[in-house]
Design a protein around this ligand. Structure first.
Ligand SMILES: Cc1ncc(COP(=O)(O)O)c(C=O)c1O
Length: 452
């Protein structure tokens, strides 16, 4: 027998001294062992899916009050934030800052715009380097290259999918000005280590909390640990308005600079002071966001409760290992719920086969980021630009390209499977049990995966 294999019965047997309730939760689902003593057929091979004609909680969150708010904004004729400092955007900024215990908030038109505003407000530009993760949305890198700074990508810890603090420190040069930690899945990075590195090398920290609404680490909400924290309210996010973003922070002068930058360089007093694109959030978006706030803490708590339940159910199952969390993690934003797929426990079936099988069971796992940003065409594009060739030596750009060797990121991309969690993790216990049931059904049928 393959010693890596762990039958579900053994997996259940290994659980040790759980409470009666826990043991009940681990009971073998009745569908799995059929009346004939066999194992139910995979839905991908013509069997009955674990989950059929049952919908997941809908996302984005919509209620009647929110719709009324949008109608009210429409009728008011106040559609731009500059028409009323206490309109929906101004009010949302105050409420959002309060939610995080931050002193200030500046709303923007997207998470990318929030990050871009921070880069510009901190005076980072041509010739400067910013260290970030290759395992992120292009918006993170976009915010650096639109200012013609150089995004330096640190390799990952392949089990947390977050950049590795040791590699971050190794990549610091005299030109490094800032670090942008990215909280992938809304789960904290190793922030104690990152903040210590930033302090030692006097670097600014812009937290990319675009997936991490309300998550906390060592008593602090993500977004309030570094100098500035950025959020996305894109339609799929846990607080959403279609396209939107926000910056939070406690340094009044820096936050005023952020306001000015996102207001095409124009201060609240109307002085045209600096460089900045027009990134203002409009009053309709502010209205939708105000409508998202009621119940936000409850939804956040439910996602965390369901993720903890899934993590506990999978605790001793080596085939799918939940995203590693660093010491200090208290809660997560859970934009996605992510796991590492270990094919050696699934009869060496490629991840694509597992995904095909589990999707046929009615559970929408995907691969998320297919390849790290170091493998995308923007790298060669910027290396060919006159502005980069003028600002960085040929030797520096050559080394930059050579350093785009990030094997742990490649490994993470090849093994990670994830569920979009904004709506899914708001499901009932039955919904969440379906996820485990489907995983175990695919596991029981692992010898059939290579037929797919
Ligand atoms: C980690 C991360 N950073 C940045 C962004 C960019 O945010 P937006 O899409 O609002 O511009 C996103 C959005 O998906 C994200 O997930």
């Amino acid at each position: 027998m393959d010693t890596n294999d762990l039958s579900r019965r053994k997996f259940i047997g290994k659980l040790g001294a759980g409470s009666a309730a826990m043991m009940a939760a681990y009971a073998i689902p009745s569908y799995s062992i059929s009346a004939g003593g066999g194992i139910d057929k995979l839905a991908a091979l013509g069997g009955t899916p674990v989950r059929k004609n049952v919908s997941w909680p809908k996302w984005p969150y919509i209620d009647e009050k929110m719709v009324e708010g949008i109608v009210k904004t429409t009728r008011s004729g106040i559609w731009s934030r500059i028409d009323d400092p206490d309109g929906t955007v101004g009010t949302f900024e105050k409420e959002y800052a309060k939610l995080f215990g931050a002193s200030y908030c500046v709303a923007t038109g997207s998470g990318t715009q929030a990050l871009s505003t921070c880069v510009e407000a901190l005076g980072i530009g041509p010739g400067d380097e910013v260290i970030t993760s290759p395992y992120t949305d292009m918006g993170t890198v976009s915010a650096i290259i639109t200012s013609r700074a150089l995004p330096v990508l640190a390799d990952l810890d392949a089990d947390s999918y977050q950049f590795d603090a040791a590699d971050v420190e190794q990549k610091i040069t005299p030109n490094t000005k800032a670090i942008i930690p990215v909280y992938i899945g809304g789960v904290p990075c190793d922030m104690d280590a990152i903040m210590a590195i930033a302090k030692k090398h006097r670097l600014k920290v812009i937290e990319d909390s675009c997936q991490a609404h309300l998550a906390s680490y060592n008593g602090k909400k993500l977004g309030t640990i570094g100098d500035l924290g950025c959020f996305s309210f894109q339609a799929s996010k846990q607080i959403a308005c279609g396209e939107g973003g926000a910056i939070i922070g406690n340094d009044q002068a820096l936050m005023e600079q952020c306001y000015t930058v996102q207001n095409h360089g124009t201060s609240r007093e109307g002085k045209h002071e600096t460089i900045g694109a027009k990134y203002r959030m409009n009053e309709f978006e502010g209205s939708v966001l105000m409508g998202q706030l009621p119940g936000v803490k409850e939804r956040f708590a439910l996602r965390n409760e369901n993720a903890s339940y899934l993590n506990a159910r999978l605790k001793d199952f080596p085939g799918l290992v939940p995203q590693k969390r660093y010491v200090g993690t208290e809660s997560a934003g859970l934009y996605i719920y992510a796991l590492t797929y270990h094919k050696e426990h699934f009869n060496n079936a490629d991840r694509s086969k597992f995904l095909k099988a589990i999707n046929a069971e009615g559970i929408g796992f995907g691969g998320y980021i297919e390849q790290g940003l170091h493998r995308e065409p923007w790298v060669d594009h910027i290396l060919g630009l006159r502005s980069y060739k003028e600002m960085y030596t040929a030797k520096r750009l050559k080394k930059y390209k050579e350093d785009m060797h990030l094997p742990q990121c490649d490994l993470a991309c090849s093994r990670m499977v994830s569920l979009w969690a904004s709506g899914t993790l708001l499901g009932s216990r039955r919904d969440i049990d379906h996820i485990i049931d489907a995983i175990m059904k695919v596991y029981d049928n692992r010898d059939k995966l290579n037929l797919l």
